[in-house]
Design a protein around this ligand. Structure first.
Ligand SMILES: Nc1ncnc2c1ncn2[C@@H]1O[C@H](COP(=O)(O)OP(=O)(O)OP(=O)(O)O)[C@@H](O)[C@H]1O
Ligand SMILES: [Mg+2]
Length: 529
């Protein structure tokens, strides 16, 4: 398709200036087609892939449609999540930077309503909000709709889905008969298209057609992963690919919480995000993800739609999404605005069929991929260290250090090569300690109780050791609740302890460092003893 420059779209000079300042050079295909259509006042359904600039596709025309001299509310944009309402409002504010007298206000749940009411009193021509809170203001008459001539549903298919449909209908009832209804999304399932007729008149459909629904610059892989191995494989992939920012999707809030503390415990800069958190906390997490302080965001689908954060280089489906559409939106958090990205999905057993279904829906291929080995991770780390070293050699004054090494070489049997190699081992070792806090152990079935594994402990001479000492060491060192420790069988020279399977590896790792009655212990999985 021919490229269209923003100059050709007859924008206000103030808007053109803002667009240029935001670094947009050409209009994306969806922008080129839908900016004129939305400006003309027609009802529009716009569909284009994730990260292709749909926000400006409706944001720019809204700025052209509002009358800045009237303080009345003239346009409403509805978004499915609070984070998206904030983001869309910021993007439109950026576009409006050089237009005077236009106020753009986000209103969403979890934010103090009295504060919102005060802001609304000042008059805002464009309101961007979540349906529940907008409805609330309409009922209180703190938002008045008599002059609203445009309503936009961002993520329209989600908004017209069962969870939101009633709210949307209520909001629409408040609007004047003569109004423009604009819908945008990366996905438009047929069932939803059927019901859009109820809300729109002679809508034109602008679909930027591509072969596949997902963005081609996102590499998509899957791993067949047992539940218990998921965390290890996730950290392996994080270490290997070392993405600047990553987004990890789980299907439940509980899983988000669990995985967040697991990764934090292993030393990763990870934060969780889900709907049960307080809004102030959600805001804090989003802020630290946007500024890169949190490198890994672990979230429910609350972060799946619309969220635009630079430098998200990898998306993980820790759990496979329930709906095909959600796969498209989740992985679309990377590979935005022409960038590349990677998407990794974990599947177990029968979920492979679900994955096939997703590929059919998206018309894309998700490839099986071997898990990088620990050695692969070491290699990429060594490469990174060598890159860094190269940079130091290029940029720093090394004369003092060279003198010191020369001294070493002259006064020992070591060559300069020995010394350099030892430095590399030291640097890698330090990294390894950070990355591999938990060793992997194979537990064989040794007739332990259901869900338990049997560990063999040898503390050498065991004159004064009592079951209580063992219990204290196992529970105390590993952080496992003591009441979970199963049977402790003490024999003449050795002891068997049963612990829940999921704590097996943690106990083993912890006990290697533990002492019982001042003595180091020897611990291993009980096999055929
Ligand atoms: N013409 C353009 N040139 C370069 N960058 C652009 C252009 N238009 C928008 N962008 C930038 O591209 C990114 C993605 O835009 P946006 O969030 O609007 O995508 P989207 O199509 O709404 O995606 P999603 O379906 O995920 O909601 C944003 O950072 C935006 O500022
Ligand atoms: Mg969007």
């Amino acid at each position: 398709m021919e490229t269209v420059r923003f100059e050709e779209l007859e924008l206000y000079p103030q808007v053109l200036r803002a667009v240029t300042e935001m670094g947009f050079e050409e209009a994306t295909p969806i922008q080129a087609k839908s900016i004129p259509a939305v400006m003309s006042g027609q009802d529009v359904i716009g569909q284009a892939q994730t990260g292709t600039g749909k926000t400006a596709s409706f944001g720019i025309p809204l700025l052209h449609k509002v009358e800045p001299h009237s303080k009345k509310t003239q346009a409403i944009v509805l978004c499915p999540t609070r984070e998206l309402a904030i983001q869309v409002s910021n993007e439109i504010r950026n576009l409006a930077k050089y237009m005077h007298g236009i106020k753009i206000l986000p209103v969403y749940g979890g934010q103090e309503i009295s504060k919102q009411i005060r802001s609304l009193k000042g008059g805002a021509q464009i309101i961007i909000g979540t349906p529940g809170r907008v409805m609330d203001h309409l009922r209180r008459k703190t938002i008045r709709c008599d002059h609203v001539n445009t309503i936009v549903l961002d993520e329209a298919d989600e908004m017209l889905n069962m969870g939101f449909r009633e709210d949307i209908e209520t909001v629409l009832e408040y609007l004047p008969e003569e109004r423009q209804v604009v819908l945008f999304s990366a996905t438009m399932p047929k069932a939803i298209l059927d019901i859009t007729k109820k809300y729109q008149k002679d809508a034109i459909t602008i679909k930027v057609v591509k072969k596949e629904l997902t963005v081609p610059s996102i590499e998509q892989y899957y791993y067949d992963v047992k539940r218990k191995d998921k965390v290890d494989i996730l950290t392996r992939l994080l270490d290997y690919y070392d993405p600047k920012l990553s987004l990890v999707f789980c299907n439940t809030k509980r899983m988000v919480d669990e995985l967040t503390s697991e990764l934090q415990g292993r030393g990763y800069f990870a934060e969780g995000l889900h709907g049960d958190m307080k809004q102030t906390q959600r805001d804090r997490v989003m802020k630290s993800f946007r500024n890169g302080k949190a490198e890994i965001l672990i979230a429910t689908d609350v972060a799946a739609r619309g969220i635009d954060v630079d430098d998200v280089e990898a998306v993980f489906n820790y759990d496979l999404p329930q709906d095909d559409e959600y796969y498209v939106h989740r992985i679309g958090r990377t590979g935005r605005a022409g960038r590349t990205g990677r998407a990794f999905s974990f599947v177990k057993g029968k979920e492979v069929y679900k994955l096939k279904e997703i590929q059919r829906y998206c018309k894309t291929k998700i490839l099986a991929q071997p898990i990088p080995s620990a050695k692969d991770v070491t290699n990429v780390k060594a490469e990174k260290i060598m890159d860094h070293i190269g940079q130091i050699i290029e940029e720093e004054d090394l004369s003092k250090a060279i003198n010191m090494i020369e001294d070493q070489v002259n006064h020992s049997d070591y060559t300069a090569m020995d010394i350099a190699a030892a430095f590399l081992v030291e640097a890698l070792g330090m990294l390894e300690k950070e990355a591999g806090k938990q060793d992997n152990f194979e537990f064989e079935d040794t007739g332990a109780e259901e869900g338990m594994v049997r560990l063999f402990i040898n503390i050498g001479k065991k004159d004064h050791v009592k079951p209580g000492n063992i219990l204290g060491a196992v529970a105390g060192e590993s952080g496992m609740p003591g009441e979970l420790v199963g049977t402790i069988d003490m024999f003449d020279k050795y002891t068997f302890v049963e612990v829940p399977k999921e704590y097996g590896a943690a106990v083993m790792t912890a006990m290697k460092k533990a002492k019982i009655k001042g003595k180091s212990v020897n611990i291993e999985p009980a096999n055929s003893r």
